[in-house]
Write a protein that binds this ligand. Structure first.
Ligand SMILES: *[C@@H]1O[C@H](CO)[C@@H](O)[C@H](O)[C@H]1NC(C)=O
Ligand SMILES: *[C@@H]1O[C@H](CO)[C@@H](O)[C@H](O)[C@H]1NC(C)=O
Ligand SMILES: *[C@@H]1O[C@H](CO)[C@@H](O)[C@H](O)[C@H]1NC(C)=O
Length: 385
């Protein structure tokens, strides 16, 4: 008996009550499936198809009012960081998918580690191809190789591009390059328990030795972005940051890579899978890390110009997130969950000991595409130039 006796009595009354109940349940289920937003499809990563980006089909695939920056002319200014490598391979994949042309160096991924870009630098095809074109003869869609930032010259080769870069927290950066370039061996301080600590006791003395990649160990990120003044006077540094603010369209922050990528996606009107990536390996061994807060502060003081740069663009990232609007959190959540799902689908579960990233044997095309190293991608792209 579900109908209170006060309102009705008898067999018919109960049947009517059941009918109303069934209709209500049916309506609820019906409305729920129709009104609820569609779940993202699980199988959203299929074959990698290529298609040319033109303003018109870009408008079609984009929601109205988004995509304020060009994605068919792109420059990523490389800093020496893993996070920047990750975004650079994204740019490579994006260029491949949309059949964009790349300005590349003799050694594809590297035009120069320590020289600023000039329009007549080297050739634009890999060595194994006989006919070397000069930069001055042609214009390109993308620049994603290592070379120091120099906007007027880059603009001559990759006109009207969107400029992006990725920077990381300076104390992390120092540990990373210290490890990457085996600075302890170059400086013969590898016998110390923590060579990084040894280096930080007298950094200027070591820098003066001009060892391999020395320029990466003192405000290396600002160096990559084209800063020349080795005195690091505060007014000059501040002026450079103001210039960069004007010259770069968006600076991603390595510590907030996913947040940055979600903003980038909107600015360039990308698809979710364009900003996918596989995990970043932890490559800094114990003995090349800072161990105390005091040492971290010392590293930040030593890289005071980079610290200023970092603080500035970390601030602008959060301003951009504010401008993005209230959908940011749910978009970020969507990105993070699909990234995690992709990792689960693509990768063999990692053990705590072995940090290696391995593809599952049956991983799909998209996993394989993401798994390709920068070198392998350059080979594919080089053959298409
Ligand atoms: C985009 O804007 C145009 C004109 O303002 C409008 O007609 C169209 O329906 C909009 N499209 C979408 C997908 O919102
Ligand atoms: C770049 O932009 C300028 C100004 O908008 C335009 O005049 C010029 O034709 C563009 N160049 C190319 C190669 O698209
Ligand atoms: C970056 O800026 C945010 C917001 O101001 C702040 O909470 C965060 O601590 C900063 N991150 C770093 C690593 O400085």
């Amino acid at each position: 008996m579900i109908w209170p006796e006060r309102y009705c009595r008898g067999r018919w009354c109960n049947i009517r009550a059941y009918v109303i109940l069934i209709v209500a349940i049916w309506l609820f289920v019906f409305l729920d499936t129709w009104i609820r937003p569609k779940q993202p499809e699980r199988q959203q990563f299929g074959n990698i198809k290529t298609q040319r980006v033109t303003p018109t089909n870009k408008e079609m695939t984009c929601m109205n009012g988004t995509g304020e920056l060009s994605s068919s002319q792109l420059v990523i200014t490389r800093t020496h960081t893993q996070q920047c490598d990750i975004v650079a391979t994204m740019v490579q994949r994006y260029g491949y998918k949309h059949q964009l042309s790349f300005a590349i160096g003799q050694d594809t991924s590297v035009i120069s580690h320590d020289e600023k870009f000039r329009r007549n630098m080297g050739s634009v095809v890999p060595r194994h191809q006989p006919k070397a074109l000069q930069y001055t003869k042609k214009q390109y869609n993308v620049l994603a190789s290592y070379v120091r930032f120099n906007k007027p010259e880059i603009n001559a080769v990759v006109p009207n591009a969107t400029y992006i870069t990725v920077i990381v927290e300076p104390s992390y950066h120092l540990q990373y390059v210290f490890n990457l370039y085996s600075v302890d061996r170059s400086l013969h301080i590898n016998k110390y328990r923590n060579p990084l600590e040894k280096f930080m006791e007298t950094p200027q003395m070591y820098i003066d030795k001009r060892f391999k990649f020395w320029f990466q160990l003192h405000n290396g990120q600002l160096f990559d972005l084209g800063f020349d003044d080795s005195e690091y006077r505060l007014d000059r540094v501040k002026q450079k940051i103001v210039e960069l603010e004007r010259e770069l369209d968006f600076v991603l922050i390595g510590e907030y890579l996913d947040e940055s990528l979600v903003v980038l996606k909107k600015k360039l009107c990308l698809e979710w899978k364009d900003i996918m990536y596989l995990p970043i390996r932890n490559v800094i061994p114990e003995n090349r890390r800072y161990t105390t807060e005091t040492l971290r502060r010392q590293i930040l003081d030593w890289n005071a110009a980079d610290s200023l740069l970092y603080q500035h663009f970390n601030k602008t990232l959060w301003i951009e997130i504010g401008i993005y609007g209230p959908s940011f959190q749910s978009d970020l959540f969507h990105h993070k969950t699909s990234k995690q799902r992709l990792w689960d689908d693509c990768l063999v579960a990692r053990s705590a000991v072995n940090d290696d990233i391995k593809l599952k044997p049956n991983a799909g095309d998209f996993c394989n595409f993401l798994y390709r190293s920068e070198k392998e991608l350059w080979k594919v792209l080089g053959n298409k130039q």
